[in-house]
Design a binder for this molecule. Structure first.
Ligand SMILES: Cc1cc2nc3c(=O)[nH]c(=O)nc-3n(C[C@H](O)[C@H](O)[C@H](O)COP(=O)(O)O)c2cc1C
Length: 551
């Protein structure tokens, strides 16, 4: 297969200490420039910034339709598949109650309940056509609708005690292709007694790089976050909890998805699905040992080639390799948090929609009307649901993520939001900041412009750490920063996601780089669903100038 390589990038710029993650709109602080970081993540992040002065990150600059990667992987010769038809419905759980109360009683693990999980998280949800083209859309959003994220499920084979199935999820046909089934000696190390199944996510970078070139790694990881949130919410509607198995290392994850495909897939993460309220005992060392048993397993079928040619954007693959998790983080343990309700003003602010209706009919807005004014209670309610935690108990860490669906992530919140408020009734237009982890307040404040106000808006609920930074009409600024897209200025508000950058990588390791994007993706999916559930629409904005900001 011919491999085409792009020329090396001529651009090199310094990194700001804040990560401006994508989704809706991003802005950076006017922090004093930090010394250039030498980490692979920082280098990649700086190199792939869009800049008002130095130009856009490297990309193909045109769409090579003849080589558009197929968004669907299938294995041949055909693997045995499990495909319950029609796809089972979820019981009618109201969307708002899922966030405010403990989940419904757990459904038993069956092929049908797993099918319901996938149908409400990673399945196709609509077909569209224009002219001669027809394309599908999915429950989980993806920048450019390119869908780099693939999923495998690991579950006990029905009626075959001690045997484990590893199946690839094929969304076009909504079926599970069983690629491997094996008797596993230490079965309970992989699926602890109280657990149900493990879901593994991986990315096909080429699908995203085909359009976005070097920036693809950011988008793929952000899409992993969308998928995590989608899975966590669908699981909750089935009475299950979902939590990253983040003590697994890259080599463990690779074992769970089998032999490499023609266009490489990159293992991202695994999530344990288990009955809510139970506390599965996970021992990462034992799990890792047991997974070695998969080395002897025979994988069924070969993946279809996704395109004729394949451009290798080296920096994407290289950086993905450099930020893999190869060593366990010290003291890393799987621990489950008690269920916390997300803070609520009133469930009456939501349309009467079930989880099923919200997740399967969510769509990205293609335009904003520039007229609608959002009620201030709705605005505050949406932001309350963006907080990582319901209530922070005495002695608990401020950034603990235990609210739905953030509880899928085992680290404390790292991602904050800077909001351009354009049209919210009773709230002055301006730039605001949602602090998702109060422990970062001092660091963020001192990294930003010193004339920012940091004033709590009048009437803002006590539990909502929202600050006004400056008053004023930010519509033009929002549009400019967002690659001159009107969607950023014509909505009620737009926002950018911001994280401490160097400190996070320094304190934990470079493997946190993709995880920051997973967190932005979870937050992005929450915003999508919240908008839909209150009767309006949202959209992601992946194109923004990373370092542009006010003044
Ligand atoms: C992270 C992300 C970034 C996006 N960036 C843009 C953008 O910059 N401009 C735009 O018009 N649409 C953008 N979109 C919207 C996508 O094109 C849209 O999500 C995609 O076509 C799939 O449609 P769906 O979300 O309705 O499934 C973005 C979507 C996501 C999830």
């Amino acid at each position: 297969m011919p491999l085409l390589r792009p020329r090396p990038s001529p651009r090199a710029r310094h990194c700001s200490p804040l990560l401006c993650a994508l989704h809706r709109l991003a802005m950076s602080s006017s922090a004093a420039p930090s010394p250039p970081s030498t980490s692979a993540a920082a280098e990649y992040h700086c190199r792939t910034k869009h800049s008002l002065t130095a130009g856009y990150a490297r990309s193909p600059g045109r769409l090579d339709w003849a080589n558009q990667p197929n968004p669907f992987v299938r294995f041949s010769p055909r693997a045995p598949n499990l495909s319950p038809q029609p796809a089972p419905a979820l019981s009618a759980v109201p969307y708002a109650s899922l966030l405010h109360f403990p989940p419904p009683p757990p459904q038993p693990l069956t092929v049908d309940s797993l099918s319901a999980l996938l149908f409400h998280s990673l399945a196709l949800s609509a077909w569209k056509s224009a002219g001669l083209s027809t394309w599908s859309l999915r429950v989980n959003p993806s920048s450019g609708n390119l869908h780099p994220t693939e999923a495998h499920l690991v579950f006990p084979l029905p009626q075959e005690p001690g045997r484990l199935a590893i199946a690839h999820y094929a969304p076009r046909d909504h079926l599970l292709e069983v690629r491997a089934s094996a008797p596993i000696r230490d079965f309970s190390a992989i699926l602890p007694a109280s657990a149900t199944a493990v879901l593994v996510l991986s990315s096909v970078f080429w699908r995203e790089a085909w359009k976005y070139g070097e920036r693809a790694l950011r988008y793929c990881n952000h899409d992993v976050g969308h998928a995590l949130a989608a899975v966590a919410l669908a699981a909750a509607a089935l009475g299950w909890d979902a939590r990253l198995l983040d003590g697994l290392l890259d080599e463990d994850l690779a074992r769970l998805i089998g032999a490499p495909w023609v266009e490489r897939q990159h293992p991202d993460c695994a999530v344990l699905l288990f009955p809510a309220g139970s506390d599965p005992e996970v021992d990462y060392g034992r799990m890792s040992e047991a997974l070695k048993g998969l080395d002897a397993v025979e994988w069924v079928g070969e993946a279809n080639r996704l395109s004729k040619d394949h451009v290798v954007w080296d920096v994407v693959y290289r950086t993905a390799d450099q930020v893999k998790k190869h060593n366990p983080a010290s003291g890393e343990q799987f621990s489950m948090l008690p269920w916390h309700r997300s803070p609520a003003l009133s469930e009456g602010l939501y349309k009467e929609l079930t989880v099923q209706e919200v997740v399967r009919t969510r769509r990205s807005a293609v335009d904003m009307d520039g007229v609608h004014v959002m009620g201030i209670d709705t605005f505050y309610q949406i932001l309350l649901h963006c907080l990582p935690s319901g209530e922070v108990g005495p002695g608990e860490r401020q950034g603990l993520q235990n609210a739905m669906p953030f509880r899928v992530l085992p680290w404390d919140a790292e991602v904050h939001a800077a909001l351009f408020v354009h049209r919210v009734s009773g709230l002055p237009k301006g730039l605001y900041f949602l602090l998702r982890n109060k422990e970062h307040f001092d660091a963020l404040r001192s990294a930003m412009r010193h004339d920012f106000e940091w004033v709590r808006p009048e009437g803002c609920p006590d539990g909502l750490p929202l600050y006004r930074l400056m008053k004023g009409d930010c519509q033009r600024l929002a549009m400019q920063i967002s690659c001159f897209q009107d969607i950023a200025s014509h909505g009620c508000f737009s926002l950018g996601m911001i994280a401490r950058f160097d400190p996070v990588l320094h304190e934990n390791g470079e493997w946190m780089y993709p995880r920051l994007f997973w967190e932005t993706g979870v937050l992005g999916q929450v915003l999508y669903l919240e908008a839909h559930a209150v009767g309006i629409s949202a959209t992601g904005i992946g194109c923004y100038f990373d370092d542009a900001g006010p003044g």
